[in-house]
Design a binder for this molecule. Sequence first.
Ligand code: NAD
Length: 479
Amino acid sequence: MTLFRKNLIDGEWLGEAGSRNINPSNTGDVVGEYASAGPEQAKQAIAAAKAAFPAWSRSAPLARHAVLKKASDEIMARKDEIGRNLAREEGKTLAEGIGETIRAAQLFDFFAGETLRLSGELVPSVRPGVGVEITREAVGVVGIITPWNFPIAIPAWKIAPALAYGNTIVFKPAELVPESAWTIVDILHRAGLPKGVLNLVMGKGSVVGQAMLDSPDVNAITFTGSVGTGKRVAAASVEHMRKFQLEMGGKNPLVVLDDADLAVAVDCAINGAYFSTGQRCTASSRLVVTEGIHDRFVAALKERMEKLVVGDALDARTQIGPVVDATQLKQDEDYIAIGRNEGAELAFGGERLDGATPGFYLTPALFTGATNAMRISREEIFGPVANVIRVKDYDEALAVANDTPFGLTSGICTSSLKHATHFKRNSEAGMVMVNLPTAGVDFHVPFGGRKGSSYGPREQGRYATEFYTTVKTAYTFAG
Ligand code: NAD
């Protein structure tokens, strides 16, 4: 019998079967059927979150701590099962799915602790006898809109701080990955959240997401996804004068200098460009390589690429899972054709593969002879495709790295302290890596970018208070 998952609205599981969740490694495998909310259900969820806010925002920190800690413990205890379902619905490998699930557990654990650490300031006033208290309060109803590529970690890094600081939530996950979203909500619901505090509204972005954007009762929206949708979130939020935060695309450069350790540089490129099938906002899609190491780097990279095992995400031998769906596969292939037409040389891969089961398999693709002006170097492809851009020296590498509409992550492989330090200071990205892949970040420190990649306060770590709380300044005259 096919699994059927409902939406959670005001503490009740509701909804009719609406959409099917297909395994991209095997399109004959249906993960389950999922309710698809209409605008009325979205409005009910927003009303429920609004009604639940006064009590939840004034709840004792230890009550919030207990729910978050319990959720963390259950996610960790079930990491293999949840990670497997994640790999099954999204297509990243089993190891990546379990790793992402562990990260979600760590995020809930971190923010459980933060419930007890929210602090303010007490400062003297300029007026005698007056004291000034600066405190942080919950914002209200937070709308959470998430993409498909991190089905559990991104919901976790938004839901955990929102709840920790006393906000109530309307959560709209991406259509392609509802199982991970449902699981996290089910766990939190059973961990003891009062009704209405966390509402799950699965459904179409143009319906449920739009209803959230159009509601005057949603006080803040945190969004991760494409630039196009992000701009809609921004425009609607300005209209309602609400707080908003956007995490969007990337075109992240990995600079490889002549003095780099070749093995480290190749490891960084393989991991950053191709792991998770290149479907990471932090993926290294531009490999900016100086001419002294260029040929050796390309040869060593191709040698490693030949050995990469592309296949069913649930097969333990697989290193690169399938592309998430047919639309994304077409986008990847279209960009590969664009790159060739622009004059870049397809040095490796970029071909559809037949697996043992029908799925969206693509061999990782490497372009050489690319320029930074080509569309494949400027637009986010969001697949296992990377371009090598040959440059003369460090100065040109830095200029090319920064010449992009995006600014999420960047990386440099070098053994020069001078160049590493200069790059950290001058790279126009929110996160900079030295001798590390551009993808792969810690859960307890700020995450976010610059330029077209991000807008608003940083996510994660203690910096999350900037978005999920609002500051109050209170004056008291005590004589
Ligand atoms: P998307 O913009 O298509 O969808 C994101 C979410 O927005 C989905 O839940 C979708 O249903 C919803 N949505 C769509 N239309 C909407 C509307 N009119 N109103 C409200 N919500 C709407 O993005 P995607 O394809 O799911 O994700 C891929 C993108 O996400 C890539 O660009 C990637 O770089 C980006 N991403 C960024 C980060 C980051 O932190 N910077 C992390 C992961 C993914």
